[in-house]
Ligand binder design. Structure first.
Ligand SMILES: Nc1ncnc2c1ncn2[C@@H]1O[C@H](COP(=O)(O)OP(=O)(O)O)[C@@H](O)[C@H]1O
Ligand SMILES: [Mg+2]
Length: 273
C-alpha cells in the first residue's frame, strides 16, 4: 500500500456554515459539527434532505470554506481542493466525449505522469472496478452502473487518501446498486483509504458504514453516531443474508424511527409557518 501525502486523521472542529441568501436572510446549513475520523475508516452520512450532508462533503473537499471552525487532514488545514482528496458524484461528472481509458487517466495526464506507467495503472484500475477490456469504450456507451465504476476508477487513479462520495449510487437500479455497494466495500478494504459517503438509504448507510452519522436539519448537525460491524461483515458474508439478519433489521428499524421522528418534527414546524 502506498503512503499518502496529506493522509491521516481527519479532524473537524466546531464547523459552522451559514449561507447568506441573495435576497437577505441566511441559512445555517451546519452548526457546531465536530468529529475525528481515523485514516482508513468508512463513514456514512444519513439524514433528511437539507440537513447539510452535501455542504459538509463540500467543506471536506475544500470546495467551500466553512464560516466557522476548522478542518484538518493529517494535521494540515483544508483550505481548498487537493490531490489528497477525491470526489465521486451521483452521476454525470464524467467526460462524455472521452473514452473510458482517457477519463481514468485524466488526473495522471494533467500531472504529466509517465505514460507507460499510467497505462499500466489504468489497466489495473479497470480490472479493479470490474471493467477489464472496456478502456476503449466511450462513456455514453456504458450503463449507469458501469459509468459509476469509471468514476470510482478515475478517482482512484489520483491515489487520494480520502474519497468523498455524494449519493454515488443514488441513480442506479436496485440490483446494480447492491453490486456497487459490494465493490465499494472491496475497494475500501483493499486500499485502506478513508471514505465519506452520503446516502439517502438507511440500508446503504448501515451496510457500508463502519461508522454512521445520522444528521438532523435546522440547523444541520450530527444527531447520533453509530459504530457498526456490518461493513466488515459484508466482506465475508453474503450481503442479502447480512441485510436479513436480526441484528441488521433491528438497527434499521431503530434508525428509521429516529428519522421518522425528525421528519414529523419538521412537518410540525412547517405546519406552524
Ligand atoms: N449555495 C447555497 N445557498 C443557500 N443555501 C444553501 C446553499 N447550498 C445549500 N443551502 C441550504 O443549506 C441547507 C443544507 O443543504 P445541503 O448541504 O445541500 O443538504 P443535503 O445535502 O443534506 O440535502 C439546505 O437548507 C439548503 O437549502
Ligand atoms: Mg445533498
Amino acid at each position: 500500500m502506498t503512503e499518502h501525502g496529506g493522509g491521516g486523521q481527519l479532524r473537524v472542529e466546531s464547523v459552522d456554515m451559514v449561507y447568506e441568501l441573495p435576497k437577505g436572510g441566511s441559512v445555517q446549513a451546519l452548526k457546531d459539527v465536530s468529529f475525528d475520523l481515523e485514516q482508513g475508516r468508512l463513514l456514512t452520512l444519513l439524514g433528511p434532505s437539507g440537513c447539510g450532508k452535501t455542504t459538509l462533503l463540500n467543506i471536506l473537499a475544500g470546495f467551500l470554506a466553512p464560516t466557522g471552525g476548522q478542518v484538518t487532514l493529517g494535521g494540515s488545514a483544508i483550505t481548498g481542493p487537493g490531490q489528497d482528496r477525491g470526489m465521486v458524484f451521483q452521476q454525470g461528472a464524467l467526460f462524455e466525449w472521452l473514452s473510458v481509458e482517457k477519463n481514468i487517466s485524466f488526473g495522471p495526464r494533467m500531472k504529466r505522469a509517465d505514460k507507460s506507467g499510467t497505462s499500466a495503472r489504468v489497466e489495473d484500475l479497470l480490472k479493479t472496478v470490474g471493467l477489464g477490456g472496456f478502456g476503449e469504450k466511450m462513456v455514453y456507451e456504458l450503463s449507469g452502473g458501469m459509468q459509476q465504476r469509471v468514476a470510482l476508477a478515475r478517482c482512484l487513479a489520483n491515489d487520494p487518501a480520502m474519497i468523498l462520495m455524494d449519493e454515488p449510487l443514488g441513480a442506479l437500479d436496485a440490483l446494480t446498486r447492491e453490486k456497487m455497494q459490494s465493490l465499494i466495500l472491496e475497494l475500501w478494504s483493499e486500499t485502506g483509504k478513508t471514505i465519506v459517503l452520503v446516502t439517502h438509504s438507511v440500508e446503504e448507510a448501515l451496510f457500508l458504514g463502519d461508522i454512521l452519522f445520522v444528521m438532523a436539519p435546522r440547523p444541520g448537525r450530527i444527531e447520533r453516531t453509530y459504530e457498526l460491524p456490518f461493513a466488515k461483515m459484508g466482506l465475508e458474508v453474503e450481503p442479502r443474508e447480512l441485510k436479513r439478519s436480526p441484528e441488521f433489521v433491528d438497527k434499521r428499524e431503530e434508525i428509521l424511527s429516529l428519522i421518522w421522528d425528525m421528519e414529523e418534527q419538521i412537518m410540525g414546524h412547517e405546519g406552524e409557518a
